[in-house]
Design a protein around this ligand. Structure first.
Ligand code: FMN
Length: 322
């Protein structure tokens, strides 16, 4: 059984958090359209001495969704989620947990490390915690540490993808886990959302298609490249962050490198302490998953959700019933 907060979505989709790309505009548009919207807490940055941007964003999201719900009681907004990067180099983690706890964030998404205290903070304010994992061992560890649900990040996902087939990953986790299970990686059509459910997941976790939306915080050339590219244009490399991730080959070429001859990098180089210290990844080397062949135009996020919903309904109707 899904927790009540994940039950009333228009379609079983979570708009996944994306470094730099996801901000309040995208989250609000996703939630108003009926899917969970999310953003990484680290995207909310202020200058030294200024009030915490995360506080400001959370206030704005809550107010705008509240206004929407009052005006549209028949189609209320979906809940939103905040992503915490639980990595030792994230010096803001404790502060960001405190802010999210104070704002009673309903869905907490944790990546790159499972920690009991983060899950406890989520539960203490009435929220649920979903942890992203790339294999069955990490999945077990996350549940032991108190995560309510799992996000299985399979091969082909944008960002730090896993190496495993979604079939293998979902099957191994569903063998022992009957809680909320989300599938991440190259899901870009309503038919693929249904396929994820048939495979054993409860919800699809979709990132890259939302880069090509009006509300995404991305360079127009990045949005265009998503529309013009397909799976063959995606390159897997550890060079840019220290962890294996998927990137658009044309953006690597544009930065003067050969996508076919990239060095490997060490996981120790991963650093979330300071935006300026980050490698060029995400700002000049653009991340994307393998599903982008289904993305043809830059559209408002609501229109993308409409497309996914229409395709999902058509795919369900086309399944033989006997
Ligand atoms: C540009 C980009 C940035 C990302 N940044 C984050 C992040 O900050 N935190 C996180 O948990 N996942 C991040 N991801 C991974 C996504 O949340 C999700 O797993 C992935 O996008 C799903 O695969 P898809 O892009 O093929 O839909 C990022 C993905 C992309 C494409």
């Amino acid at each position: 059984m899904l927790p009540p907060i994940l039950q009333k979505l228009r379609i079983p989709v979570v708009g996944s958090p994306m470094f730099i790309v996801s901000g309040p505009e995208l989250v609000i548009a996703q939630c108003k359209a009926g899917i969970v919207g999310s953003f990484p807490a680290l995207n909310a940055r202020e200058r030294d001495g200024e009030p915490a941007m995360l506080d400001i964003w959370l206030t704005r999201i809550a107010e705008e969704l509240d206004r929407h719900n009052q005006a549209n009681p028949d189609r209320p907004a979906a809940p939103f989620a905040v992503n915490q990067i639980v990595h030792r180099s994230n010096a803001r983690l404790d502060r960001d947990i405190e802010i999210c706890h104070r704002h009673k964030v309903p869905i907490w998404i944790t990546s790159l490390g499972a920690r009991v205290e983060v899950n406890e903070a989520a539960h203490d304010c009435g929220g649920i915690a979903l942890h992203d994992i790339i294999n069955n061992a990490f999945a077990r560890k996350a549940v032991e540490k108190g995560a309510d649900g799992l996000i299985a990040v399979a091969a082909g996902a944008g960002g730090h993808a896993g190496p495993q087939s979604p079939f293998a990953l979902i099957q191994e986790i569903r063998d022992w886990f009957d809680g909320p299970l989300l599938l991440s990686g190259a899901i870009a059509t309503g038919r693929a959302v249904l396929a994820a459910q048939v495979m054993g997941a409860d919800l699809a976790y979709i990132g890259s298609p939302f880069i090509a939306t009006v509300e995404a915080h991305a360079d127009p050339a990045y949005k265009r490249m998503i529309c013009d590219s397909g799976a063959m244009d995606i390159v897997t490399s550890s060079l840019f962050t220290g962890v294996s991730g998927n990137y658009l080959a044309p953006s690597i070429r544009a930065a003067g490198m050969d996508p076919d001859r990239l060095d490997r990098a060490d996981a120790e180089t991963m650093n979330f302490s300071d935006a300026s210290a980050k490698p060029k990844a995400w700002s000049q080397i653009w991340g994307a998953g393998q599903g982008i062949g289904a993305v043809r135009d830059v559209v408002p996020a609501g229109a993308l959700v409409d497309r996914l919903a229409a395709e999902y309904d058509a795919a369900r109707a086309a399944v033989p019933r006997d």
